[in-house]
Design a protein around this ligand. Structure first.
Ligand code: GTP
Ligand code: MN
Ligand code: MN
Length: 613
């Protein structure tokens, strides 16, 4: 001890630590020494702890308690208006070699970045409590549990992590008993308090760093309290760091939903969908089919880990336990399953609007727009206001167990066999409603060249078409070309005839009048039915240069009011549009340089040649 009277930060951090795992204690002590918090709390994950933190945050003005009759045990948070989305330009992959980060990522040398972070984090938790959150992504009883420990100075992060991941005492005990490897993840809002200084409701810092060290498997996040930047188990671990672990260990970490679809004969199909942020994963994961006799159940809405099983099948699990879903557009008519899960309560809403009776509202929640609201910035709002009531990237954070349509297999650490993969994006033109890839390698080309118009989920311009390989552009922990090569390598471990089929989908194509050509949401079950019938060899298709698209008769349109013109606009493969698209794809593939797998280039050349015929 440095001095009898005053223990050091390091000593205080571990004096009540509920673990004897020396390596973990040492690391927590080291971070406390660096960040100098007033107090240290080891998170046990209990409900009492959650309620105590909630009460503190209500007191601090960070959370607003909602009306229990409307949204039981739920809270609304309002962020700093400058801290509302992931910050891709502040996100770094600091591999030892720059080429390992690849052209899609920001990079700095690890030593330089550690210097920057040491300066930023030094004293950054002064006046605050440091929380230590033991967590596991995936199942605690998985063959090889993927542990992490997040240190954070945000109680909002602790509460949200409890919804999104398995956290607390059980995890800490098993991790300690096994002396297991865990991903160390440090988060600070970067807003130390001087003695006596009054805190603000949403502390954050104008400077933000979201940093990953792939070889160390460590994460450092500074300056933001927003979900994707601060809940480090989610994008930072379960996608960016996990993608690197997956590369080294032989599996895949993907930005995908998992859906179980059962046909009227009782045959189940497991379908994943990789769509970029705010392009419809949560909506499809919770789909309410509009066609008779077909049943949808969900296993996950955002992240999927894929592994070739002993039986030669690709198997998938959801490593998360909650939804961190886009609120606007989630409504009783478009997504009743999500709404029912949300209405059960136990949720944290961020940047939504408040109703006068103590509930929440966002654009698209109900057909009827309330006459008066308090908008996400705390201002009076009426339907005449010219800004949205809820921020376009406002979110609900809700336990997945509250879903009526949760598939039993969600709880199985062995996961489910994967039958089909959908790659999708938001494209006003060019990309048809659904296209079946010619084969697995052609499907990889479709994933590698996936594109979408940008959304409010990340800071920056909205509506610009960008390529987003497998919807992983912002989440790759290593070189994009090496990642595509890894896909090819991993799928090679499965039996070729057991590989899933791959489909390119687009719910967002516009018709000749500028409206959506396809009604989307629950009606997407008609596309899922076509996919399932293709898997069974039943549904007809037209062969086009990009793959097989439905004949109008092969889509079940019973009871759907869609014009022939709209259907044609949704399904057509237009040569002129594809001539332009080919140029964009070619530019994109050039950017990979030598790291582009040869088979992808070959498949692209073959596609181009088919258009030239
Ligand atoms: P992240 O959680 O950020 O990764 O996004 P996500 O892929 O889960 O997106 P989500 O399902 O939340 O959908 C985002 C937006 O797309 C919402 O505003 C939805 O209303 C809209 N959307 C989803 N599905 C459809 C659809 O089939 N048609 C149309 N037109 N819009 C859709
Ligand atoms: Mn996502
Ligand atoms: Mn989502």
């Amino acid at each position: 001890m440095a001095d009898n009277a005053t223990p050091t930060f390091a000593e205080r951090a571990v004096q009540d630590a509920p673990t004897d795992y020396a390596q973990l204690r040492d690391w927590v002590a080291e971070i406390a020494e660096l960040t100098q918090p007033d107090e240290v709390h080891w998170v046990d994950g209990s409900e009492e702890e959650y309620d105590r933190l909630a009460a503190e945050l209500v007191e601090a003005g960070t959370l607003t308690k909602l009306n229990d009759d409307l949204f039981p045990h739920s809270f609304a948070a309002f962020s700093d208006p400058a801290d509302v989305a992931r910050v891709e330009d502040r996100t770094f992959i600091c591999s030892e070699k720059e080429e390992d980060a690849g052209f899609t990522n920001n990079w700095k040398a690890p030593a330089e970045m550690h210097g920057i972070l040491d300066d930023a984090f030094r004293g950054s938790m002064r006046g605050r409590t440091m929380y230590v959150i033991p967590f596991v992504m995936g199942h605690l009883d998985a063959e090889d549990p993927k542990y992490g420990v997040e240190i954070t100075d945000s109680a909002y992060v602790v509460m949200s992590m409890r919804i999104m991941a398995r956290i607390g005492t059980d995890v800490l005990e098993k991790m300690s008993r096994e002396q297991a490897f865990y991903v160390p993840a440090v988060h600070s809002v970067g807003a130390p308090l001087a003695p006596g200084e009054q805190d603000v409701p949403w502390p954050c810092n104008a400077t933000k760093w979201i940093v990953h060290f792939p070889e160390e498997r460590s994460i450092w996040s500074y300056g933001s309290g927003y979900g994707g930047n601060a809940l480090l188990g989610k994008k930072c671990y379960a996608l960016r760091i996990a993608s690197v672990m997956a590369r080294d260990e032989g599996w895949l970490a993907e930005h995908m939903l998992i859906l179980k679809l059962t046909n009227p004969e009782g045959r189940a199909f497991h379908i994943t969908g990789a769509f970029p942020s705010a392009c419809g994963k949560t909506n499809l994961a919770l789909i309410d089919p509009t066609i008779e006799g077909w049943k949808a159940e969900t296993l996950g809405d955002d992240i999927t880990w894929i592994r070739a099983g002993h039986d030669g099948e690709l198997r998938v699990i959801n490593p998360e336990t909650g939804y961190f879903g886009v609120a606007p557009g989630t409504g009783w008519s478009t997504n009743p399953n999500a709404m029912r899960a949300i209405a059960r309560g136990n949720s944290i809403f961020t940047n939504v609007a408040l109703t006068d009776d103590g509930g929440v509202w966002w654009e698209g929640m109900t057909d009827e727009v309330p006459a008066h609201l308090t908008d996400w910035r705390g201002n009076d709002w009426t339907p005449e206001s010219d800004t949205p009531a809820a921020h376009p990237n406002s979110r609900f954070c809700t336990p997945i167990e509250q879903t009526d349509m949760l598939a039993d297999e969600y709880r199985d650490p062995a996961g489910v066999k994967l039958d089909a993969i959908l790659f999708g994006g938001r494209r006003k033109t060019t990309v048809p409603l659904v296209t079946e890839a010619f084969d697995w390698e052609d499907g990889i080309l479709k994933g590698a060249t996936l594109s979408s118009e940008t959304t409010a989920a990340a800071a920056g311009a909205v509506g610009v078409v960008r390529r987003d390989p497998m919807a992983m552009l912002p989440f790759l922990g290593y070189d994009a070309g090496d990642y595509l090569a890894h896909w090819i390598e991993e799928s090679g471990k499965a039996d070729a005839e057991k590989l899933p089929r791959i489909y390119l989908v687009n719910w967002f194509r516009r018709n000749r009048d500028g409206g959506f050509a396809w009604p989307g949401f629950g009606e997407n079950s008609r596309v899922l039915k076509w996919v399932a019938e293709r898997l069974e060899g039943k549904a007809d298709a037209v062969e086009t240069p990009i793959g097989f698209t439905p004949t109008p008769e092969s889509l079940d349109l019973t009871g759907l009011d869609v014009s022939d013109a709209d259907l044609d606009d949704a399904l057509k493969v237009d040569r002129e549009e594809w001539a332009k698209e080919s140029e964009l794809i070619e530019e994109w593939l050039e950017r990979f340089g030598d790291s582009l797998p040869a088979s992808i280039r070959e498949r692209y050349e073959a596609q181009k040649a088919r258009f030239a015929l």
